[in-house]
Design a binder for this molecule. Structure first.
Ligand code: G3H
Ligand code: 13P
Ligand code: ZN
Length: 328
């Protein structure tokens, strides 16, 4: 059944687990997520970015998710809109049937320029008002994602802030988190603790100075009833980087957020963990390998089936690590 995010996150808090929120753009990702959830009996959050809506078209995404609900009626599914750039975008998603929206007011509507606290509160509160009126949950974000060492926002290809960011912008303070929740009434709060979108998060395995799990603990102590969200939480599996590079790819040395650090966050109030890049890496690796090993094959179902298999294993691993097994 299609459920609101609030329902799932309340359940996750009550039973001390966290939910991966996977981005979807196509049938293969949707199948991988649902088959994995079905196998371990986990609830599902799937989210569509602006890029996904541009790629697949909102009606296709909507029906892809509704098809999942139809095929797996026993699994609760949240249809979430990722990183809404303005209240208008969120309103359109609600009209389309999304059960949850993110208003990302940490950046202006261009999705690139860091916004003031007042702007963020203003747009987020507006979205909370009209969303709650129709039973739709709202995620807000305070702080700007970026690498605490380099000041880089991450992805070059258009997701996130542009230009150098200050340390303070990239590390959500306890004070800001507290007043933001009070000022907006969001159901879930995304915070910045040193992660960033995409594959190039850290140049070495992250240590406590660049991945501030300690800040999650402090914010959770101040806001014990707020569901925290970690963005940019792909783990960037070294095995898949190796497969990609072995079969003609070229991805430089890079590190993601270790699963055990996310698990530590889940012990301290993290309830939603956003993952996109890991499924992209697994699917690219699986295709590269299949193509290299079967040069005469030309039926797309052959290599796309390999992507489902690869992505499904990542989904199962995260559902198990985050404690979702049997929670559907
Ligand atoms: O928000 C970040 C997600 O990884 C979505 O990326 O805009 O390329 O779909 P995208
Ligand atoms: P990754 O790029 O780490 O997968 O993060 C995805 C995300 O935060 C989507 O909102
Ligand atoms: Zn994100």
């Amino acid at each position: 059944a299609l459920v609101s995010m609030r329902q799932l996150l309340d359940h996750a808090a009550e039973h001390s687990y966290g939910l991966p929120a996977f981005n979807v753009n196509n049938l293969e990702q949707m199948r991988a997520i649902m088959e994995a959830a079905d196998q371990v009996n986990a609830p599902v959050i799937v989210q569509a970015s602006a890029g996904a809506r541009k790629y697949a078209g909102a009606p296709f995404l909507r029906h892809l998710i509704l098809a999942a609900v139809e095929e797996f009626p026993h699994i609760p599914v949240v249809m979430h809109q990722d990183h809404g750039a303005s209240p208008d975008v969120c309103q359109r998603s609600i009209q389309l049937g999304f059960s949850s929206v993110m208003m990302d007011g940490s950046l202006l509507a261009d999705g690139k320029t860091p916004a003031s606290y007042e702007y963020n509160v203003d747009v987020t509160r507006k979205v909370v008002e009209f969303s709650h009126a129709c039973g739709v949950s709202v995620e807000g974000e305070i702080g700007v994602l970026g690498n605490l060492e380099t000041g880089e926002a991450g992805e070059e290809d258009g997701v996130g802030a542009v230009g150098k960011l200050s340390h303070d912008q990239m590390l959500t303070s306890v004070e800001d988190a507290t007043r933001f929740v009070k000022d907006t009434g969001v159901d879930a709060l995304a915070i910045a603790i040193g992660t960033s979108h995409g594959a190039y998060k850290f140049t070495r395995k992250p240590t406590g100075d660049v991945l501030r799990i300690d800040r999650i603990k402090e914010i959770h102590e101040a806001l014990p009833n707020t569901h925290l969200v970690m963005h940019g939480s792909s783990s960037v599996p070294q095995e898949w980087l190796a497969v990609i590079n072995e079969f003609g790819g070229n991805i430089g040395e890079t590190y993601g957020v270790p699963v055990e650090e996310i698990v530590e966050g889940i012990k301290h109030g993290v309830r939603k963990v956003n993952i996109d890049t890991d499924l992209r890496l697994a699917s690219t690796g699986a295709i590269r390998k299949f193509m290299a090993e079967h040069p005469a094959e030309f039926d797309p179902r052959k290599y796309l089936a390999k992507t489902v298999e690869a992505m499904k294993q990542i989904c199962i691993d995260r559902y198990l690590a985050f404690g979702c097994e049997g929670q559907a």
